[in-house]
Design a protein around this ligand. Sequence first.
Ligand code: F0G
Length: 524
Amino acid sequence: TTTESRTTELAEPQMLGFLAQLGIDVEFTRAEGDTLFYRDAGGREVPVLDFAGGYGALILGHNHPEIVGAAHEFLSAGRPVLAQASRQSDPAAVVGLLNTILRREFGDPEPYYGVFANSGAEAVEVAMKHAEFARVLRVRELLTEIETHLTDAVEAVRSGAARVPEQVLRDLGVAPGDGLDAAAERVRAAAAACAARPPVFLTFAGSFHGKLAGSIQLTHNADFRVPFAGMAAGARFIAFEEPGAVARAVEAERAEVPELLVDGDEIRLARRPFPVVAAFVLEVIQGEGGIRTVSAPIAAEVRAAADAAGFPVVVDEIQSGMGRTGAFFAAAHLQLRPDYVVLAKGLGGGLAKTALTLIRESFYRPDFELLHSSTFARDGFSTALALRALRVLEADGGAVYRLAERAGERLRGTLEKVRADFPDIVAEVRGRGLMLGVEFHEQSASPLHPLREADTAGILGYVFSGYLFGAHRIRTFPTASAVRTLRLEPSAHLDDESIAELDGALRTLCTLLRAGDPRLFGVV
Ligand code: F0G
């Protein structure tokens, strides 16, 4: 009807237009495992092999029977979805089970507390807010101490118990004649100036942590970030996989504030380190940055820099976590113990939206719970499904992790062979487990004008998506910020037949690209 079509046109019509151009604007009507189905003009159901995997949320596949079962159970029991501010055992069990997994994968008994959210970006912002809250509390403690020491110093000088050496006044930029009051003012002004500075978040170039006002500041892609740079404090982006870069970035942010201390019968000038950095936030395998893995030595540099300076390491496992790499946490492969860890995507079992920020006890500020909340966070339905999803992953001694690892090896092997046969077309295969990326060479010299144009416009990967869908009924998308890289994030249940289908499709794509064959577009 007119009303229906109008509604469709008004819901992000620009995006729909783009999908239509690529020929991928179908409406899917059913989904199961790694397959999506739509109905063609004749009403027949057409299967599409789904390597996009709900942007990485479908480690268990579409409509996993156990998760669907959990949803049915929840609804038929008439359990409450929204009973905020009450005792809830499912969220507690989710965080409890994740603690068991954290202990197993990082070998550390220190507990992690959990704060629920509704989306990945929101959970990243929970981490950012908590880190900033902790920093602000540290700043307040520092300022209180400096003020106490200052009062003591002033008192000691007034009572004649101590004297101020002229050098101390000179070091503070105060003329000897101006005396201690002027010096005290300098100390207070320096502390206030530092306290007024916005926090600094450190992250790697290429990172993607979401698109809300705070998290977008940690997302490197300038198209996404720059228009909103005024909305929150900006991050410092550190060169990816460059030895020494982390320590240099931390050093560049180092700040000190002066303080006056009574030392015997003299006043002494000391310098206290000021906490500027709120947190280091990283993906151990960058997803939207093009499936790029942080190496163990660089992870160790992050850990060491954070330990030395006292800020937390926030590991964003939104895309890499939930077993996709063969371990529950991708950081486990690097033995990078997180201070905070963020989960979303697959946490809802592919059926519900939920997210969670876990914070190690020694970093946790319990008052945060009174400051941060959301109507829908930790709702009954999504946490029940999250609990079931975790149990499915953990069943049979973690059989799903082994499935993911093995399927990942087979998929990677297949992609590597495609690359070996088409080194002029495929530049690199990257990633781990079922978080894989295939990077294509640029097409600036292609005889096909539309292909050259697409490459210049930064949509080459989308042209490949359109071709693979149109000609082979395969769904995959480029990574958002590395647009010549197709990402493959199927479920742990991916079978050999599906891998063979992808293999054939990619080989045909490479052959057409090599020949500059316009059929690359014809089928779209
Ligand atoms: N962090 C990472 C590592 C992500 O990959 C994403 C989302 C987010 C945070 C934000 O989560 O979308 O639930 O708010 N990545 C999406 C993607 C956009 O294309 O894979 P969100």
